[in-house]
Design a protein around this ligand. Structure first.
Ligand SMILES: Cc1cc2nc3c(=O)[nH]c(=O)nc-3n(C[C@H](O)[C@H](O)[C@H](O)COP(=O)(O)OP(=O)(O)OC[C@H]3O[C@@H](n4cnc5c(N)ncnc54)[C@H](O)[C@@H]3O)c2cc1C
Length: 527
């Protein structure tokens, strides 16, 4: 039996941020901890395709089992999680933690570093408006946002989106814009006043991507390989800090363990974990426990620890829509080869057609396989393939995140077999997109309502809300503002399970800052 001051379950963005706040204070991190396979991909995506040298490109980009062509034959899966070099992120999830659900696309990671191994690295501060249902305000998170900004190296700019993304303090300069982004920003700047009157704001994303050397990590080299290879040191992921803390002896890390439940007694907390692959059990004890197993995993551990197969806990998820936009002036333009294949710009709609600000991420279409988007065009397959060359440089995709609040029909529960079952209703969307298309038309982009795509619930990967923070928690599945689960002496929730609502925004940076805040509070209880 191993004993620690604090056990943290999970090495994702929340677990690592919590451990970073408590490093050198007797932390034991328990994790499943799958790691990336060695992938011999070095250089630039397009340069490699032209001259692969000794690299077996078919194996690295497509895969022996045609893994990367998943979207040609099967329901849509994000291009970030299907290539041979990225699949480890979600490997064995269905076996380790099965989820039963008709309509909810639950994606769970059991990798060291979690889902963030695949993230788009967009990290955004929350505003007081985003946190209106939280028992904390943005200024409570500011010291932790600042510390994380320094640690991670965030690039971005002080521009028209500052009012939605918070202070630009500590930001590195933004990444170079590709031609699509530069054209969009130029046209916006020309019509800025009129667009803002209509509620449309455009600006640079805040990205955990280095634009200069930082903490001995290099600046991003515009390799455009993010769909095929994890672990570029210029793109921050929690796995970087995890490795660093282990190497420095600042935390103890034990992997190959599936934590099943905790038991509290007078001496502290006891954890029961299943050992992989054999299936035996191990026990660990600590004075405090911080759960950061991903919002779904954390909710499951809380229910299992109460042997509760009845209670339905709330579940939040940002509904997602995609709007493809074509810039006719860039049809057939030469394809750029050096870029960052994620957010090129962000936009926020804050006008009369929606009650609260809606955040959009704008992407180009290069850097992934054409089969991931071409068949969405209303063309026969052969024509779509022929048109690809001309369409790809002209295509911008706007991804919208809708906010979420608790609703009786959206819930999760533990089954008698120990799986999670999720019920979640598809939201009725489609009212805002035609209005946004009209605004993009003013910027020279063509789109059509019938081309917009509304993803299945769960596709945002932004899960939250099952163990919400409250000023005065009402039952055993709510936490106080310091993250302590009601009715426990020392069990804390550090991931987005503790969000009472989900704003229209990528939520990981707020989850990480909040995890640091909660871990700091836990540290204070140790002395
Ligand atoms: C393609 C993609 C793009 C994204 N882009 C962005 C973005 O640009 N910006 C943004 O803010 N967010 C983004 N996200 C979402 C973001 O990655 C997640 O919100 C975040 O990584 C979740 O972190 P987490 O700490 O809650 O848990 P997870 O990443 O889910 O990690 C869970 C951890 O807990 C461990 N674990 C789980 N259960 C157990 C158990 N029972 N016992 C032991 N260990 C356990 C796992 O091994 C893992 O280490 C993206 C996600 C994806 C997939």
């Amino acid at each position: 039996m191993h004993s620690a001051n604090v056990i943290i379950v999970g090495s994702g963005a929340a677990g690592v941020a919590a451990a970073y706040a408590l490093r050198k204070q007797g932390v034991l991190m328990l994790d499943v901890g799958t790691t990336a396979p060695p992938i011999a991909l070095d250089g630039n995506f397009y340069a490699l395709r032209k001259n692969p040298g000794s690299v077996d490109l078919f194996r690295a980009l497509i895969g022996d089992e045609f893994e990367s062509l998943h979207n040609v034959f099967h329901p849509y899966r994000t291009p970030k999680l299907k290539s041979p070099g990225m699949q480890f992120i979600v490997e064995r999830a269905a076996r380790i933690a099965p989820v039963e659900s008709e309509g909810f696309n639950a994606t769970q990671s059991f990798a060291a570093g979690g889902l963030a191994n695949a993230w788009g690295a967009g990290l955004y501060r929350a505003t007081d408006r985003d946190l209106k249902d939280f028992p904390i305000a943005a200024h409570d998170l500011d010291p932790y946002y600042d510390a994380l900004t320094d640690k991670i190296g965030l690039s971005g700019a002080d521009d028209d989106l500052g009012r939605y993304f918070g202070t630009a303090r500590g930001l590195l300069p933004p990444l170079d814009l590709d031609a699509n982004g530069a054209a969009l920003l130029r046209r916006y700047t020309r019509r800025r006043r009129a667009l803002q009157r209509a509620g449309f704001y455009l600006g640079r994303p805040r990205l955990a991507v280095l634009t200069r050397m930082h903490e001995r990590r290099p600046a991003y080299g515009y390799d455009a390989l993010e769909f095929f290879r994890a672990g570029n040191p210029a793109v921050y992921t929690p796995a970087i800090t995890l490795k660093e803390m282990i190497a420095r002896g600042e935390i103890v890390y034990a992997s190959g363990l599936v934590v099943e439940r905790y038991i509290e007694d007078r001496d502290g907390v006891r954890l029961i974990a299943r050992v992989l692959p054999g299936g035996g059990r191990r026990e660990f004890t600590a004075r405090r426990l911080i759960l950061a197993a991903g919002a779904l995993g954390t909710a499951k551990i809380a229910l299992a620890s109460n042997a509760d197969r009845v209670t339905r806990l709330s579940l939040l998820d940002n509904a997602v829509s995609y709007m493809p936009l074509i810039d006719p002036r860039r049809l057939g333009a030469p394809l750029e080869k050096e870029f960052f294949p994620a957010a090129i710009l962000n936009a926020v709609y804050d006008g009369p057609c929606w009650p609260e600000p809606i955040q959009m991420t704008l992407y180009g279409a290069a850097g992934t396989l054409r089969s991931d988007f071409l068949f969405d065009f209303p063309l026969p397959a052969r024509d779509a393939i022929a048109a690809a060359k001309y369409l790809t440089p002209a295509l911008v995709i706007a991804q919208l995140f809708y906010p979420d609040i608790p609703a009786a029909e959206n819930s999760l529960r533990l089954t008698s077999a120990g799986a999670l079952t999720i019920e979640y209703g598809q939201k009725k969307l489609g009212a805002l997109e035609p209005r946004l298309l009209r605004l993009f038309r003013k910027l020279g982009y063509f789109g059509a309502s019938r081309m917009c795509k509304y993803l299945a619930p769960g596709s945002s990967f932004h899960y939250a809300g099952s163990l919400p923070m409250r000023r005065a928690p009402r039952g055993r599945y709510e936490t106080d503002p310091k993250g302590r689960l009601a009715g426990t002496r020392g069990v804390y929730i550090a991931d987005a399970a503790n969000f009472p609502t989900l704003p229209s925004k990528n939520h990981s940076f707020t989850m990480m800052a909040n995890a640091m805040r909660i871990a700091t509070e836990v540290g204070r209880t140790l002395s």
